[in-house]
Design a protein around this ligand. Structure first.
Ligand code: GDP
Ligand code: ZN
Length: 365
């Protein structure tokens, strides 16, 4: 793959950062991730690359995934001499970022994708009469709200995609009800199988923009991406999934360039999605509730049984769904737990630790 950098999403935000770095370093975008190697695309080509030793977290050694690049990152690359691979010397500051809390260490984050304009939150309809296990993995407003919380926090624009519309009774009616619940959020019904709704999705995306696809495995992320890329995908995969010696390798996150110029990033399915945040300001996905809460009689109203509670009044009148309010409470409680964990980690009187950075272990399913 050889493309002008702007077609890969390069912009002044990153060019400014490159100005402060040694002139021999080249800007490159991370387009694939392997265990300890990254595929990077720069002006002139794509190559496997390593991360410079100084970028690994010195406190925890090279096993730590904390300081690693993530797919979508812009990096400063030092080209290798002769046959040696290029080395990633710096990870440029991210424009936007999607991350979640590390399940093992609540005070840390796992990076999912970076520098995305949109995040397509994909859920799937289940066929009528499905048994519980299937229903559990299908469209769940609470799970979608959880994703939206993380997307909004990271600065990207969410697009909710309800795929497998071919299986559902009245998919548009269900989409409408979800749209009402979520407030100001785009909800699009698609069928990768029947090739329906794809134009509505395409209409939201501009050339040069990057879209990350997230959602449980099996909802149809790869199928949707395939539909976008068409027949080229197969070719891209056979090239990418072999290293320089032709060995088969696997990667679970990759950036694809479509013929329309939109950049798509596939991510592994995530079973758990603990939101990573530290304050109520991270709850922009529930801004409708926050807005109403300003009108509650008591400033510390918990929206339960307090008199003059504007939020409960909105629930009673049907303006806000009770389930949404309940999910808001759950997520807000998780955020306070994360923030307490971070406070404990920092300890009293210690200098501010490393900025929040990603941590390993993504391939949930
Ligand atoms: P991913 O794990 O999210 O990438 O999901 P895949 O794209 O691998 O799809 C999982 C399964 O769902 C596959 O068997 C697909 O053929 C099927 N699938 C994907 N999209 C649709 C759709 O729109 N309708 C139906 N009925 N099946 C679909
Ligand atoms: Zn209240």
């Amino acid at each position: 793959m050889s493309l002008p950098l702007v077609h890969l999403g390069y912009c002044a935000f990153f060019a400014e950062q490159m100005k402060d770095l040694p002139a021999e370093l080249l800007p490159a975008r991370v387009v694939g991730q392997h265990r300890r190697e990254w595929d990077v695309t720069f002006e002139g080509g794509t190559s496997r690359s390593f991360l410079a030793g100084k970028c690994w977290d010195p406190d925890r050694g090279v096993e730590s995934a904390d300081a690693q690049p993530t797919v979508g990152d812009w990096v400063a690359l030092r080209m290798g001499e002769a046959d040696s691979l290029p080395v990633i010397e710096h990870i440029l500051e991210r424009r936007t970022w999607l991350s979640r809390a590390n399940q093992m260490k609540k005070s840390e984050r796992q990076s999912i994708v970076s520098n995305i304009d949109h995040v397509a939150v994909v859920a799937a309809f289940a066929p009528p009469g499905s048994h519980d296990a299937v229903l559990k993995r299908s469209l769940h407003p609470r799970r979608i709200e959880r994703y939206l919380t993380a997307v909004k926090k990271g600065g990207a624009r969410p697009l909710v995609i309800l795929n497998k519309a071919d299986l559902a009774d009245d998919p548009e009616g269900k989409a409408l009800r979800l749209r009402e619940r979520l407030g100001n959020c785009q909800v699009i019904c698609t069928s990768a199988k029947a090739e329906a709704g794809l134009d509505s999705l395409r209409a939201e995306l501009q050339p040069g923009q990057t879209v990350g696809f997230v959602g449980l495995s099996g909802v149809g992320k790869s199928s949707l991406i395939n539909r976008f890329i068409g027949q080229d995908l197969q070719k891209v995969q056979t090239e990418r999934h072999q290293d320089a010696r032709g060995r088969h390798t696997t990667t679970h996150r990759e950036l694809f360039v479509t013929s329309s110029g939109v950049l798509l990033i596939d991510t592994p399915g995530m079973r758990e999605f603990a939101v990573a945040g530290t304050s109520e300001a991270d709850l922009a996905a529930f801004s409708d509730i926050a807005q109403l809460a300003k009108e509650c009689q008591f400033r510390d109203c918990r929206h339960k049984k307090e008199p003059g509670c504007r939020v409960m009044a909105a629930v009673k009148s049907g303006q806000i769904s009770e389930d949404r309010l309940d999910n808001f409470r759950t997520i807000a409680a998780e955020l306070s737990e994360t923030s307490r964990a971070q406070a404990r980690k920092k300890g009293p009187g210690r200098p501010r630790p490393q900025p929040e950075r990603p941590s390993g272990g993504w391939d949930d399913d």
